[in-house]
Design a protein around this ligand. Sequence first.
Ligand code: ZN
Length: 148
Amino acid sequence: MFDDLGDLYQQVILDHSKSPRNFLKMRNANRVAHGKNPLCGDQVVMYLLMDGDVIKDISFQGSGCAISKASASLLTDSLKGKDKEQVKRLFDDVHNMVTTGKVNGDDIGKLAVFAGVHKFPARVKCAILPWHAVVAAIEGETEPVSTE
Ligand code: ZN
């Protein structure tokens, strides 16, 4: 289905969508944000435990396509221990990557598996949905975020 993503990248995305990391409702979260992508039907809830500006713990729940689930899963792996500014910088790098295919930024790491998503414009919103929700959560926004 996503042949153009490349075999290795496709494997990582399928692995994370089938066995998502940090996939649970965090009881002691102090920030929660809902996100939805009506075009694809993806829904995500991000749970954050913030200590000042730093993400101490992060988890998610939701349903949706492989790309949105894998994106949320890899995001939780990548953002633990990062502060607000680092998260926003990474959001910009990821957004840039999934829209242009260019991999830039020091913290991209495993997130580079989503570079191929730029070839599927309809999927860009799936990949970026959990990021919108996380940014809303750290900004303390309480309204659900939508990609539309
Ligand atoms: Zn989707």
